[in-house]
Design a protein around this ligand. Sequence first.
Ligand code: BES
Ligand code: ZN
Ligand code: ZN
Length: 480
Amino acid sequence: MKIKLSDKKIKDIKADCEIVFVVNKNLEHKFVCDEKILNEMNFKGVADEVLLLPEKKMYIGVDDLELESLRSSVALAIRNIAKSKIATLKIALYFIDDAGEAIKAMSEGFLLGIYNYQKYKTKQTKNNIKQIIISTENYYDKKIAIKKLTEKIKEAEIISKSVNFVRDIVNEPPSDLTPLKFSEIAKKEAKENNLTIKILGEKELEKLGMGAFLAVNRASAYPPRLIHLKYKSKNAKKKIAFVGKGLTYDTGGLSLKPSDGMLTMKMDMGGAGAILGVIIAVSRLKLPIEVHVIIGATENAIGKDAYKPDDVLKAMNGKTIEVKNTDAEGRLVLADCLCYAQKENFDYIIDIATLTGASMVALGEYTSAVMGFSNDLNHKILKSAKEAGELVGILPFNKYLSKLLKSEIADISNISASRYGGAITAGLFLGEFIEKKNKEKWAHIDIAGPAFKDKFWGVNPIGASGAGTRLLVELVKGVL
Ligand code: BES
Ligand code: ZN
Ligand code: ZN
């Protein structure tokens, strides 16, 4: 599917179908030429209203022309057209103040909206759309050349391709995407994208003293992998580490999840998937930065060798952890991976994980939770999310919640003594593994809500969304 620009008037462009936005119920807009029919069809133009006319025009109601409205309305349009025989589409450039950003948002809408995971279907449906033409007839600012606007399409293509790659690996069934397979995928991507890669197995993790990570892996039929990727631009201005929870499946361990809660837990490597997507995008965008991606990949299974509630584990930094619930396993894997990351100096250390159901109780199921000791970094992440079109809310730490992680027999307990504030106490647990000198450099993002949904929402399909990917690419751009 190719997206291109044309400076021709929209009516002079040949295409099978035209997408027309009706903005804020205004049927008098210059691109709305079927007012009478729309009235007859009782089309009002309220947000997300869709009407396909037989003469191949698709009308879509949108609330406003904010970038995220453009992105999700375009996605809604393409989703409605995808199954038809329509091969070419045209749409006018709608924008408020930044035509380049509008083109990027619209292109992302097309490329993310068309995504459909079909790998395991024996009969796959084809999408017939070959070409999308965006008419710049509305655009008068010749100071910015069309060439510059075309670059925005390229940027959208790189980012969307990465997001769709993340969706693919998160959607992959857990017995197919094992830690080993995950590391092989990372190896292939490293080769194709100029990244260096180091993969650590059980022996190496033992040598490093990663007792928490290894305990989670113990009952799994598949050995663990720590995957460390690096991208370094020649003129790197900053050095940033992304650490991801890569639970290829989370049964809950001996604190077994009920069937309903276990279903979809193949998504528990969503954080790891997202940062693999981020480093690929950053490399393709050739951003002047050094990025490290550290993935802790394992399954949380049950078996005779399973780690138990009441066990005490020792993490890489020597801290001891009392296990009170084996389903709070992500923080154990991340604790060791965060210790590993801190062997080097970074300007920023960001971890991302499908860590707690409690984050959804706090913020709703579409919003990621951000936590950390630096207000400034939390707000940087908030800003990047807004620019990327992702939903994020900051959850505040406090010293009273910290106390709930006390253990009688070890340095810390892996769950809180209270059922309130579970997303925050998980974040505080991770904070215990951040060295003093790094406290202000670290932030934690809990994507348990938006990583995987059983319905369409915005630009996202049913299943994996690739949450966190666009947000972190934007963050990388933001810290330069
Ligand atoms: N992977 C889950 C969190 C999760 C839940 C992600 C729902 C996506 C959707 C995590 O390992 C977990 O089980 N957390 C527990 C923590 C509890 C035992 C303190 C939870 O959220 O219930
Ligand atoms: Zn769990
Ligand atoms: Zn988990």
